[in-house]
Design a protein around this ligand. Structure first.
Ligand code: HEM
Length: 507
């Protein structure tokens, strides 16, 4: 007994000595690293009620999210404090920044010093281990698998867009009565993304036109929305999410998996048949291309769902945010319509023509500046590392970031900095893009090794839909009356939809 007590005490004492030693050597190493890089301490903080465990930021954020004002609350924190400030999220130290040089460091020059943090905890149940949820070697493998599918310039299929467009047009009232374009845009992007990824579209728009009962594919579209919402809720709740059951989210997730698995099984069979000469490749299908590189069914399912999540709401949100502003700015709408009329003279656009519509590009850039659809993001420091800005009273000196710090950045707040975009930074002015050539201060698609793979696809899709609407309607009236308010999940779109009245062109 005495020996056991002695051993237990000795173990306890040795552990304390070991941790104290480790703590002291870590602090010394950090001090040396900070001195080497000329770091100054972080001087700006969100005032905490308790220096070790603080709920201030969390409570304020939950309230702002409920009031649909979280993005402007985040922007105000930077305006009140500094472009880089510190805070504590319960126990975790956070550094928040809107400095382009810092964001470039996190995403590009010191990419390997950071990970996605706990993203897999919230998105993993639906997305598994795919490009959007993993880091390191697993992520690099995913990216290498997926990237070749986006290498072609003309990755988006305009003929497929036109088919879904025909259904969308039929769902817009011809008598100028109010329509919410936002819900049509979300249907459009799931229909086109599933066709691109699986080879079979959910066809929700065509089903709505035909007034048909929901089939498997449409039920998948509904289940995907529910499962995605469950991801967003887990994301918001952080570690508290593990204490909450969500049977509806779990059932929707299982339904999504079962639906996608049918396509995966079929693709693996098809690939084997092509190799044996029993089937011929016809049209381009993303899944069939992936199945050339792997027959791992779990990986195929995960990657499909990852790309669907990355690509669907984002493009629909760009469209609905942009059309919200177009409806509020008749002069921009008229100018854009003139460009489309002059350049296309009523013909369907080709890739080349879409790319050459300058004012269309300015409008999309401006929408993504004012309402970046991925408005905030974060990375977790894996090692002790340095940011070029944020230290000292003026925040202009380098700053030490200890391992375990969550570094958050907000494209929404950065895109509205008046010192970067001028005193009218809060206004929707596509004309500013005539001369604007931003670097890291404009970041709708991220940058560095994890830059968005679908940027071209998204701009082609949003551009195509916009051009076709402008060709079909000669007037667009705002039926909302209010200002843009956020509906924030993993992406952000207008809380009140995109309500307009459209007058058809007389033919
Ligand atoms: C306006 C539309 C879009 C915007 C604003 C957008 C924005 C972004 C952003 C900010 C990221 C980085 C996320 C992060 O690392 O934390 C990202 C990643 C990604 N996006 Fe997009 N995206 C759009 C459309 C699309 C589309 C249409 C696709 C595919 C069809 C797509 C595929 C991806 C993929 C696969 C990644 C993960 C890249 C990686 O981690 O290596 N995106 N996107």
């Amino acid at each position: 007994m005495a020996l056991t007590t002695f051993l237990a005490t000795a173990f306890g004492v040795l552990s304390i000595i070991y941790y104290a030693y480790k703590h002291i050597t870590t602090l010394q190493a950090r001090k040396r690293l900070a001195a080497q890089h000329g770091c100054q301490p972080l001087m700006h903080f969100v005032p905490a009620h308790n220096p070790l465990v603080d709920f201030t930021i969390m409570k304020e954020s939950i309230k702002a999210a409920r009031d649909h004002t979280l993005l402007s609350v985040i922007q105000a924190r930077f305006q009140k404090s500094a472009n880089t400030f510190g805070a504590r999220l319960i126990r975790k130290p956070i550094v928040a920044t809107v400095e382009p040089a810092n964001i470039k460091t996190i995403l590009s020059t010191h990419f390997k010093d950071y990970s996605l943090g706990a993203r897999i905890d919230s998105l993993g149940p639906l997305l598994g281990m795919g490009i959007f949820t993993t880091d390191g070697a697993i992520w690099a493998h995913s990216r290498a698998l997926i990237r070749p599918n986006f290498a072609k310039d003309q990755v988006a299929d305009l003929a497929s867009f036109e088919r879904h467009m025909q259904s969308l047009l039929k769902l817009i009232p011809r008598d100028g009565s109010t329509v919410d374009l936002q819900s049509l845009f979300f249907s459009f992007t799931i229909d086109s993304a599933t066709e691109f990824l699986f080879g079979t579209s959910t066809n929700t728009l065509a089903m709505a036109v035909a007034g048909r009962e929901a089939g498997d594919a449409e039920r998948f579209a509904v289940a995907f929305n529910v499962a995605q919402d469950a991801c967003a809720q887990r994301f918001r709740r952080g570690f508290l999410a593990r204490f909450r059951r969500d049977p509806e989210g779990d059932a929707a997730t299982a339904e999504c998996h079962a639906f996608v698995d049918q396509f995966v099984d079929e693709a693996v069979r098809y690939r084997a048949d092509v190799e044996k000469g029993l089937a011929k490749e016809d049209k381009y299908v993303f899944l069939h291309e992936l199945a050339k590189a792997t027959s791992d069914k779990r990986q195929l399912r995960d990657e499909l769902l990852n790309v669907l999540l990355a690509g669907r709401d984002t493009t629909a949100s760009l469209l609905s945010n942009m059309w919200f502003m177009l409806a509020k700015h008749p002069e921009v709408w008229a100018k854009l319509r003139r460009e489309v009329e002059q350049e296309l003279q009523g013909r369907l656009p080709t890739y080349e023509q879409l790319r050459n519509l300058k004012y269309l590009k300015y409008c999309m850039n401006e929408s993504l500046r004012l309402h970046p659809v991925v408005p905030s993001n974060s990375r977790l420091a894996l090692v002790d590392t340095i940011l070029p800005l944020g230290g000292g009273p003026d925040s202009k000196s380098p700053l030490l970031i200890p391992a375990g710090t969550l570094v958050t950045y907000s494209p929404y707040a950065m895109h509205r900095r008046t010192d970067l975009f001028g005193p009218d930074a809060a206004d929707f002015k596509p004309e500013r893009w005539e001369t604007l050539r931003p670097g890291w201060e404009y970041l709708p698609f991220n940058g560095g090794p994890r830059i968005c793979l679908g940027q071209q696809y998204a701009l082609t899709e949003a551009g195509y839909v916009t051009v076709r609407l402008l060709q079909e309607f000669e007037r667009c009236e705002d039926r909302d009356g209010g200002v843009w308010e956020e509906s924030l999940t993993l992406t952000v779109c207008s809380r009140n939809g995109t309500k307009v009245g459209l007058t058809p062109v007389e033919k």
